[in-house]
Every structure is written in C-alpha cells, then in structure tokens.
Design a binder for this molecule. Structure first.
Ligand SMILES: Nc1ncnc2c1ncn2[C@@H]1O[C@H](COP(=O)(O)OP(=O)(O)OP(=O)(O)O)[C@@H](O)[C@H]1O
Length: 260
C-alpha cells in the first residue's frame, strides 16, 4: 500500500504528571480533510504542535511522506511541505496583500535576504495566481492593516499555500470569524485541498464547520483517541456523545447546531 502523507504512531506527551497525549495513532492521505476535535484540554494543540515540530514528543513517531520527523526543527518540517495557519492570524499588517504573499514565496525559496525594493518586483505573478485561487485578486494592492478579519484569515491561507504544501495544518482556522465566514473559509480550503491533493489536518471548536467540511474526524478526550470515523459515525458514537454531553455540548440538533 502507498505510504500515507502523514502517519502518526503511538504518539505521547507528558508534562510532569500530566499525560496530555496518550498513545495516539492515525494516518492522513493526500486530498483528505481530517478534523481533530475534543473538549478543552483534550490534547488537540499538543498533538498538532508535535506534528509541526514545535513540541518534542515523549514517545511515538511521526512520518511525513514516509520521512521520520524525529529531531527535526519546525523549519525543517516546513521544508518537507507542511504549511500551517494559526489561531490568531499572522500577517505583516504594514504590507499589502500581494506583498505578504510575495514574502512567503521568497521565504519558501530561501531568498528573504534580497532587498525589499528588489523583492517587490519578484514573484508578483505567482503571488497574483495564489490570490486568484483564494478569490482575493481584487484586494492585491490593499494594505493588510485595512482589511476585515475574515479577509486576513483568507490571506493567511494564501501564505500557507505559497509553500506549495502537501500537508496543511490548521489550528482553529475559523476562530474569531463570523459564522458565515467560517463556513466559507473551510469550504474554500476543502475545494483547494481536493483540487491540489493537499492533506488537511485541522482542529476546531465550531461543530458546524467540522461536520460540514471534514471527510473524517478523530475525537480526543483526556489525551486519548476515543473515536474515529466519518461525520455520521462519530455523531452517533455513544462515547463521543457522553464526552460532549459531559461538557454541556449538544451537537446533533437541527443542522448540527452547537448549543452550550
Ligand atoms: N506547557 C504545558 N505545561 C503543562 N501542561 C500543559 C502544557 N501544555 C498543555 N498542558 C496540559 O496538557 C493538556 C492538553 O492541553 P492542550 O492544550 O493540548 O489541549 P487542547 O485540546 O488543545 O485544549 P483547547 O481546546 O483548550 O485548546 C491539558 O491538561 C493542559 O493543561
């Protein structure tokens, strides 16, 4: 069988006496949208940050495209073709939309040392292609400081795409966005991921976003993977229902609305 894009084997992380992640294993194939969900403190961010190299695992192994990432820095992992977006959008607000994407492209090619005057001329065609892809071509010359938060989050997706990722890690991509914008951002991400065969691993608290856009879900509780499957399987899993009901969350109301 072909090597999955991401293979996680028996991943664990302990902080002193706190076992944040326990023996978690899963795979992700190209073009697949995989959501990692769970109540607060379940271990989602810890898992995520082990995959992107920010946290060193206490045990287990992570393979990206068959390559063991043990001992690699976040930069080395990024170079394997791993793009990421953050809970709080990270863009240069003093630059325009196009300049932000140009910087990301130059960074991908290790050319951020060129003078900015020169850099402005470089990669503008490719930057415009990416902006076209995410529907922001008409915003190219706008300073980021003037943009609405939803547009900044879309730009962040463009920056992650500049690295030509095989794997995209999205930590609560919809946090802080209006409900309609959240659904639109994930629909856009899903479309691009399927078109370009990019595997996406994302964490999200908004169950509308998760159930509408994930191909597959994994549920963590107290560091352990308690369920895995397609949205319908996970929705009807008794252990998952008990976990979420314990948190005061009900997610099977009309249109998978979350109420707390
Ligand atoms: N640096 C740290 N030192 C000690 N304990 C930590 C540290 N980081 C996380 N933890 C603990 O590990 C557990 C998992 O935390 P983590 O942030 O991964 O959960 P999460 O599912 O991402 O939560 P949230 O949804 O609230 O972001 C929690 O009990 C948390 O308190």
């Amino acid at each position: 069988m072909a090597e999955p894009l991401l293979r996680v084997e028996s991943l664990s992380k302990a902080y002193g006496g706190v076992q944040a992640v326990k023996d978690v294993s899963f795979t992700l194939v190209p073009g697949e949208i995989l959501a990692l969900i769970g109540p607060n403190g379940a271990g989602k961010s810890t898992c995520f940050n082990m995959v992107n190299g920010q946290i060193e695992p206490s045990g287990g192994r992570i393979f990206i495209d068959g390559q063991d990432t043990a001992g690699m820095s976040p930069r080395q992992i990024w170079r394997l073709g791993v793009g990421r977006t953050f809970q709080v959008a990270a863009v240069f607000s003093s630059m325009t939309v196009r300049e932000n994407v140009q910087m990301a492209l130059l960074s991908h090619e290790n050319r951020t040392n060129v003078f900015w005057r020169q850099a402005r001329q470089m990669e503008s065609g490719k930057a415009d292609e990416i902006l076209e892809l995410i529907g922001m071509a008409s915003h190219a010359d706008r300073p980021c400081a003037e943009m609405a938060y939803g547009d900044v989050k879309r730009l962040e997706l463009a920056i992650a795409l500049a690295n030509d990722p095989k794997l995209l890690l999205m930590d609560e991509p919809a946090a802080g966005m209006a409900p309609r914008e959240r659904v639109e951002l994930m629909a856009l991400t899903g479309r691009i991921a399927r078109e370009r065969n990019i595997g996406v691993l994302f964490t999200e608290h908004d169950m509308d976003v998760v159930f509408a856009h994930a191909d597959r879900l994994m549920v963590l509780n107290r560091g352990e993977l308690i369920a895995e499957g397609d949205p319908e399987e996970v929705r009807h899993n008794p252990q998952v229902r008990a976990t979420y009901l314990g948190e005061g969350l009900v997610y099977d109301q009309a249109k998978t609305k979350v109420t707390t």
